[in-house]
Design a protein around this ligand. Structure first.
Ligand code: AMP
Ligand code: MG
Length: 326
């Protein structure tokens, strides 16, 4: 592996990307236990590095205020969405991130177009938004349980047998529109094995402090495992696009899922390459004038500019001459 973090990140996530235009079968093409030959003890340091990198890039993204990022997280129950978000975003400034969880739609939401509630939670420029479940539920749970589609009260011409193909196309076009306007969309599917889901459910039942995470509905959904695998495969095949690719992140090892999710987000931010805004000549003159005014207010005996006095070594006059730039 190379030492360049950007190259390492690209190398790590490349095998997870669903190549646009290919037909994938989750069960056949992706191994939930894959860990790229890494061990858990390598993981902690890698995640720390990733989290620090995200924090730095998020600051620049916010300062530049031009691009926004949307990360969509999908998984079956117990796939680890919540804990992945908690770990991956642990270093970033909460003011620059917005996490939205999507549950069973409300009456008001059902009264609108199916993309309406997601559109309201999109990132602003300078922001990272995370969707914990996303508009992809509209071709997953709604497809596996068609009574959800009935509740959406679509006109007859919009609920024919081609409804899923239509939704894939509409979603792709919506994401294209967002991307063209400076909002990058990146999508992670946390791919859990059926056996690991069984183990995690049992853990939730066995540990009293985890009981709240479990509901009887979770075992009912599990009975539809194969239908979900088919719906995921069809969705990944149809909606991994050059502008908004899907990454299938192996999720049986939580530590590996975290590293990979952080890497996918970091990769997107590195591609955007946000920069701190340049200070114009005029603004720089204003900064210098403001500094002279503040320096004149120094009380007797105090250095005119205590910050520059502390940070500039002898002979280093940069800090004294060019605020905002070096
Ligand atoms: P949880 O994430 O465990 O709190 O569960 C949220 C529930 O909301 C899951 O069972 C999802 O399947 C369900 N859900 C999310 N989006 C939709 C949707 N658009 N239509 C129907 N059910 C949904
Ligand atoms: Mg749940």
């Amino acid at each position: 592996m190379t030492d360049d973090p950007a190259a390492r990140i690209a190398e790590l996530i490349e095998p997870l990307r669903v190549p646009p235009g290919t037909r994938v079968d989750v069960g056949r093409d992706f191994d939930p236990r894959y860990r790229a030959g890494l061990r858990k003890r390598d993981a902690e340091k890698m995640l720390d590095t990733g989290v620090a990198l995200l924090a730095e890039y998020q600051q620049r993204l916010a300062a530049q205020d031009t691009y926004g990022v949307l990360l969509c997280l999908q998984a079956l129950d117990a796939g680890g969405k919540d804990s992945t978000i908690r770990h991956v975003m642990s270093g970033v400034n909460p003011q620059g991130v917005r996490v939205s969880s999507f549950k069973v739609p409300s009456d008001e939401e059902l009264d609108h177009d199916y993309l309406w509630r997601y559109a309201q939670r999109l990132p602003a420029r300078g922001e990272i938004a995370i969707f914990n479940r996303s508009h992809y539920e509209e071709v997953l749970v709604v497809r596996v349980h068609p009574e959800n589609l009935v509740r959406q009260r679509l006109p007859a011409e919009a609920r024919g047998p081609d409804v899923w193909e239509r939704r894939y196309r509409e979603i792709n076009e919506w994401e294209r529109h967002l991307t063209d306007g400076g909002f990058r969309v990146v999508k992670v599917f946390l791919n859990l094995s059926k056996e690991e889901q069984r183990v995690r459910f049992l853990r939730r039942i066995d540990l009293p402090e985890k009981n709240w995470k479990f509901s009887a509905a979770d075992v009912r959904e599990r009975r539809h495992w194969d239908e979900y695998q088919r719906a995921f495969s069809a969705m990944l095949s149809a909606t991994s696009t050059p502008w908004a690719p899907w990454y299938v992140v192996p999720a049986d090892h939580k530590w590996f899922a975290r590293i990979c999710t952080a890497a996918v987000l970091a990769h997107t931010l590195i591609e955007i390459g946000p920069r701190y805004p340049e200070v114009s000549e005029e603004a720089r003159r204003d900064l210098l004038a403001a500094r002279r005014e503040l320096e004149r207010e120094a009380p007797p005996g105090a250095p005119a500019d205590p910050y520059a006095a502390r940070h500039a070594g002898p002979g280093d006059r940069r800090a004294a001459e060019s605020p905002g730039g070096a």
